[in-house]
Each structure stands twice: as C-alpha cells, then as structure tokens.
Design a protein around this ligand. Structure first.
Ligand SMILES: *[C@@H]1O[C@H](CO)[C@@H](O)[C@H](O)[C@H]1NC(C)=O
Ligand SMILES: *[C@@H]1O[C@H](CO)[C@@H](O)[C@H](O)[C@H]1NC(C)=O
Ligand SMILES: *[C@@H]1O[C@H](CO)[C@@H](O)[C@H](O)[C@H]1NC(C)=O
Length: 242
C-alpha cells in the first residue's frame, strides 16, 4: 500500500508538472543585451554555408539585436508582418541590415521571434513597432561610431589597438558592463566584430547579468593580443585585409 501511495503521488506529481518550465520564466528576465556588429569583420569568421556580403552603405555599426537574457522564442504564434513596422523599414534597412543571404525582413522576423517576443513582456517593448523603434533609438544612445571617433579609433588594415584602448573609448557611452567580441582571421589576427551592452528594462546600462550563456560564435577579445578594427571591404568581405 505504501508503494501504491507513493506511486500515486509520483503520478500526480508527474501530471501536475508542466511539460516545460519555460513559460513560467519567460517574463522574468531583468537584463537585456543590446548587440551591435561591425560590417568590416562580420563575414570574416562566418560559416561557408552562408553567402556573406556587405553593401556600400554599411560603413557604420549596425544592429544585431536586442536580447533579453536567458529567454528565447517566447511566443511562436506572434508573427511579424511588414505592416507592423509602420514607417521604420528605411531606417531598419540602413541600421539593421542582413549581411547573409536572407532578406532584411527575414532577419528582423527571426530576431522578433527569438528575442522580440520575450522583450514584449515589458511595456516599452510590447509590440513590434516599439521593439524595433527602441532598438533604433538605442543605437543613437549607445553609439559606438561616435565613441570610437572621439577616441581617434579608425578602421585600418595596418594598425591595431590595445584592448584597453577600445574599452576606454566605449566606457563613457556604454558604461562598465559591456563586452567586446572578436574573431580570428585567416592570418591569426584578432579582429573586433561585435559589442554588447547590458541594459535594464528601462534601457539604462549597467544591469548585472546573472548568467552569461552565449550561443554566438564570437569570443571575448583577449588583452594579450592586439585588436584589429578592419575597414569594410565589399569585394572581399571574408578577407578584408589580405
Ligand atoms: C544561402 O547560401 C548558401 C550557399 O550558397 C545556401 O547553401 C543556402 O541554402 C542559402 N540560404 C538561403 C536561406 O537562401
Ligand atoms: C594602412 O591601411 C589603410 C587602409 O586601411 C591605407 O589607406 C593606408 O595607406 C595604409 N598605410 C600604410 C602605411 O600602409
Ligand atoms: C533603471 O532601472 C534600474 C534598476 O531598476 C535603476 O537602478 C535605475 O535607476 C533606472 N534608471 C532610470 C533612468 O530610471
């Protein structure tokens, strides 16, 4: 009888347990990452299974995404339609372009499904137009082009920087809680590719992420090696500085 009772409890426990614990956690994120990428090196370490190209107009940092921490794909039924973006597409095309062989809209749709539907838990991001509009605004606040210009850090094939110089340049704008990410090119050079800043849901920087789970192929830039900041090369995007 003891066993039967125990099994009964076990059965109830199993039935009562949600199939996945994810939905409960969807809206519990505290920090999000605003992620910007550099067209000059985006293609450098990209898998060959993608076609990769940067347009003439891609000469400034572009948006990769706005990602609430530790949650993804929160609502598969919330589809993105072009009309959701109102008057944003020209700005999005300029500042949030796709560099691989998916259309810009497909890129935005992927980002919306994966991250936007989770961001939508907070009122300021509770619709596609708010989410994409906020990202465009964040780009002007956390402006890496401006930070680098002020510090006289310019794209070059033949000049590299100390990692500490790059951190010092972005710190006044991004604060302490930012990540500089790098790839290694075919000649073993460390190349800056992506910058992340950790934000509270009110868009202030400085949110201390509890987890650092990161699925991207990029790694933190290392201070032992100098860092290159390659100029975009439309002809040879995978090998901009041969
Ligand atoms: C992108 O290009 C690669 C290489 O040509 C191809 O294998 C892949 O199917 C393409 N993907 C899309 C979504 O078109
Ligand atoms: C360094 O590279 C830039 C392009 O990034 C080029 O314009 C310049 O002439 C190069 N300087 C030297 C000394 O090679
Ligand atoms: C944003 O939220 C954080 C955490 O709740 C808070 O410490 C900070 O003061 C807020 N910033 C603004 C500008 O309201």
């Amino acid at each position: 009888m003891g066993t039967a009772t125990a099994l009964g409890f076990l059965g109830l426990f199993l039935l009562a347990r949600p199939k996945t614990t994810e939905p409960i956690r969807f809206c519990h994120w505290e920090c999000m990452k605003f992620v910007q990428m550099w067209p000059g090196s985006f293609c450098v370490a990209l898998a060959q299974r993608f076609e990769c190209g940067v347009s003439e107009s891609a000469d400034s940092w572009t948006i990769h995404g706005l990602w609430p921490n530790d949650v993804m794909n929160c609502c598969s039924c919330w589809h993105l339609f072009p009309s959701d973006l109102l008057d944003l597409p020209s700005e999005l095309t300029q500042h949030w372009p796709s560099f691989i062989n998916i259309s810009n809209f497909d890129f935005w749709e992927k980002e919306w499904h994966k991250h936007g539907t989770c961001a939508a838990c907070t009122e300021a991001l509770s619709s596609p137009s708010k989410y994409f509009g906020a990202a465009l605004q964040l780009r002007t606040i956390y402006n890496i082009d401006k930070a680098f210009q002020r510090a006289a850090i310019t794209p070059s094939c033949n000049h590299s920087y100390q990692l500490s110089t790059l951190h010092a340049a972005v710190r006044p704008i991004l604060g302490e809680r930012h990540d500089l990410q790098c790839v290694t090119d075919s000649q073993g050079r460390q190349v800056l590719v992506q910058v992340k800043v950790s934000l509270f849901s009110n868009f202030s920087s400085g949110c201390a992420a509890t987890s650092t789970k990161d699925l991207s192929p990029y790694r933190p830039c290392e201070s032992q090696q100098r860092v290159f900041y390659f100029p975009p090369n439309q002809q040879h995007p995978r090998d901009p500085c041969p």
